[in-house]
Design a protein around this ligand. Sequence first.
Ligand code: SAH
Ligand code: SF4
Ligand code: F3S
Length: 449
Amino acid sequence: MKKHLYIKTFGCQMNVYDSNRIADALKQLGYHQTDCKEEADILLLNTCHIREKAADKLFSEVGRLNEIKKKRATRGLDTLIIVAGCVVQAQGKEIFKKNHAIDLAVGPQSYHKLPQMIAEYLRAHNRLIEADFPAVSKFDFLPQTTHSEVSTFLAIQEGCDNFCSYCVVPYTRGCEYSRSLSEIMEEARALVQNGAKEIMLLGQNVNCWHGLDYEQKNEMDLGDLIYEVSKIKGLERIRYTTSYPSKITDNLINAHREIDKLMPYIHLPIQAGSDTVLKAMNRQYTVAGYLEIIQKFRTARPDIAISSDFIVGFPGETDADFEQTLAIAQHVQYAQSYSFKYSPRPGTPASLMKNQIAESVKKERLARLQKLLLEQQKAFNKRFVGQTIFVLFTTKGAKSGQWMGWTPYMQNTHVEAPNSLIGQILPVKITSATASSLSGTLIPDILNA
Ligand code: SAH
Ligand code: SF4
Ligand code: F3S
């Protein structure tokens, strides 16, 4: 009988990538991925620990999965509940105490061990956890990817040595690590062969990627890597995320000028607009330094879309500090943004700071910032109404006959067409725009030309 695997993913793009790789590894054991929990022999949650809200989701989710497990048991079916990801790394064995239904737990650097762990569990029915930072890379043990998606992720760098004072990532993902050029190129080629037209290169600090060229002679940075990846035939678009501001090199900025396949978009989180807060956050740049980098990107590629993450209500953030965050957002005019209330995380230095901000203040600041950011996003999108822009179609829309894709500037775009457009890059005339998406019509003249 065919065995099935259901995966639910929380958190960042790296977790989405990891889930794809977990599916690759379990496919070798005969598990096929499904969207239907009831038919799944393995129910797997890939978790995130970045904010309290994200981590809390685990407990309610495990409860829900356990109900399914019990129902399946009445049909005589065994079900394995596996938890993976950053919460496992952060909590270690404690995770079993709080969640009795979990059978196996595996951290983000150990999931290549899952096949072995599953075999062991099926034999002895012992709960197991693997949450070390192994001396060897998980990538050496994972099979080549069979994942196929038009727009897909490829992890090139993992971990973080920056230790921003609020952040759990250095503890959950470990120290910085760059995959080798040949390993990345091999995976990129496989993804393109499986149908990828767009690859998003991923890293917690993606622009810290570094490696040696094929001759093992010269040092390469992310700009050089993008150049190599851009040579792959059939690959149309390249993106990368997330970048750390002070590590941006001129070579990377130049890549935006010179490499057509590199999309005009940069996610460059500033987090806060006050130098005092940035210092307390242990971010290694000033507001002026950040703005200088933005200016360089805009000079190299005047149409580049810029996005950011923001944290409001960091310990000690005054009204005046927060006003500076609003001012910086106003100045940069972001195309997209993600903003969060500061969430104290166990084990981080900021969680021990005395001057924590009241929840009501955080809430009010977040509402004000989000209002501004949403207006900017809407204004950015509205500028495209009446223009024709190339869209890479990736999925079906919500309505029948509707297709969804992305502009070079990462705007979600819908059009209607009788036949599937998935995998094609087509010119679309934009007819309307909201803060979250664009709508348009295909241009038949160009299509038939
Ligand atoms: N490496 C990336 C960010 C990874 S985490 C960078 O340095 O920019 C994604 C985002 O979550 C962060 O940019 C930050 O805005 C937010 N974040 C991280 N820890 C947080 C916390 N404790 N409270 C609120 N937001 C947080
Ligand atoms: Fe977290 Fe800072 Fe590292 Fe980003 S750079 S992952 S925010 S510690
Ligand atoms: Fe969350 Fe881990 Fe990503 S904590 S944001 S899933 S690196």
